[in-house]
Design a protein around this ligand. Structure first.
Ligand code: ADP
Ligand code: DP6
Ligand code: CO
Length: 353
């Protein structure tokens, strides 16, 4: 009977306030612009992944996601396996006391406790957890930056889920992707009153995956070039300043404008991509009315590649923001009935680093 080696980890979701959308190198997952996100608390949305290996396993590597076998032959998953195995091989070297794990078949078992492929960053939490679970299994001395370089090849947004708090992803310029990594802009403790409410408009799998969507946008949208080369670089600087200064009005305004800019490029794609629906737009109007009533920006919406809203706010405005969303959901069953779609509110605190 052969030994079974095993390691588990969890990874959080991150929701971008400056969106990654566009690849300059689809093979290495190198982006056309830098991006910035907030890592959410693992108490709410997270992936749990166990990686194991054994000579007793069937020869092929396997990945079970929420109980369903996944195809691991794709170039992205293969790139993660290959890089991690290469690091383990280095570690094994000629030291005969280090068990030879790099050549053993891998069995990955993963669970997302939130909708997969619905625009709530499952690929981010999923690949961050996959890479870290294998790194733990192999006892690699890799830093979060090193792991972010590997996770990026699984899914771009995954590189940011290896850090907590406010996280940037530097697009980099090296053709081998060595400088296209995530970095922490500030720990969650820097601005601990930040909160997010997530409105699950639809848990259904999106019609156009992020990978396909962004490649079609790059190929066909005429708005895209100026977003990548002018708008985003300016906003990256504004956003980092807003976070450093804990300026919620600036943070909120840039967040909402960048979400709108990203969805504008989706609409400008041919054929057009519609990630937002009527309920998403109703959520935008609720946020606009909250801000109008407050006379300043106290709530900021953002949407990834899907209809589900994430609304950022500060704890001191909990009642006006999350409270209002929750009461609308309780009172207005009409939102459900009229549109046949369900909205669920979930509180999400930020990861304590
Ligand atoms: P999302 O908006 O949820 O990130 P994407 O289209 O970017 O949607 O990616 C969804 C894909 O990510 C899934 O179809 C699956 O291939 C992969 N994925 C999601 N969760 C995991 C996980 N826990 N482990 C491995 N891969 C995952
Ligand atoms: C809209 O990271 O899911 O959520 O690299 O092709 O896997 P791939 O794409 P993915 O794209 C995320 C797009 C986004 C914005 C963001 O998270 O920055
Ligand atoms: Co994704």
């Amino acid at each position: 009977m052969s030994d079974i080696y095993r390691a588990s980890t969890t990874a959080p979701v991150n929701i971008a306030v400056i969106k990654y959308w566009g690849k300059r190198d689809p093979k290495l997952n190198l982006p056309t612009n830098s991006s910035l996100s907030v890592t959410l608390s693992q108490a709410d949305l997270r992936t749990h992944t166990t990686a194991s290996c054994s000579a007793s396993y069937p020869k092929e590597d396997t990945l079970l996601l929420n109980g369903t076998p996944q195809d691991v032959s794709g170039a992205r998953t293969q790139a993660c396996f290959r890089e991690l195995r290469a690091l383990r091989t280095q570690l094994e070297g000629s030291d005969s006391s280090v068990p030879k794990l790099a050549t053993l078949p891998l069995k990955i078992v993963s669970e997302n406790n939130f909708p997969t492929a619905a625009g709530l960053a499952s690929s981010a939490a999923g690949f961050a957890a996959l890479v870290r679970a294998i790194a733990n299994l192999y006892k690699l001395p890799s830093s979060p930056t090193d792991l972010s370089r590997i996770a990026r090849q699984g899914s771009g947004s995954a590189c940011r889920s290896l850090f907590g708090g406010y996280v940037g992803w530097e697009q980099g310029s090296a053709s081998d992707g060595s400088d296209s990594v995530a970095f922490q802009v500030a720990p969650a403790s820097h601005w601990p009153t930040m909160r997010a409410v997530i409105l699950v408009v639809s848990a259904a799998k999106k019609g156009v995956s992020s990978t396909t969507g962004m490649q079609t946008t790059v190929a066909t949208s005429s708005l895209f070039a100026s977003r990548a080369s002018e708008t985003v670089p300016r906003r990256m600087a504004e956003m980092q300043k807003a976070i450093q200064e804990k300026d919620f009005e600036a943070f909120g305004k840039v967040t909402m404008m960048d979400s709108n800019s990203f969805h504008a490029t989706c609409l400008d794609t041919y054929p057009p991509i519609f990630y937002l629906n009527d309920v998403s737009r109703a959520a935008i109007k609720v946020v606009e009315s909250i801000n109008a009533a407050a006379g300043r920006i106290v709530a900021a919406y953002t949407f990834d590649a899907g209809p589900n809203a994430v609304v950022y706010y500060l704890e001191e405005n909990e009642k006006d923001v999350a409270g209002l969303f929750k009461s609308i959901l309780e009172e207005k069953d009409g939102w459900k009935g009229a549109r046949g779609e369900k909205i669920e509110a979930q509180g999400a605190a930020f990861e304590k680093v």
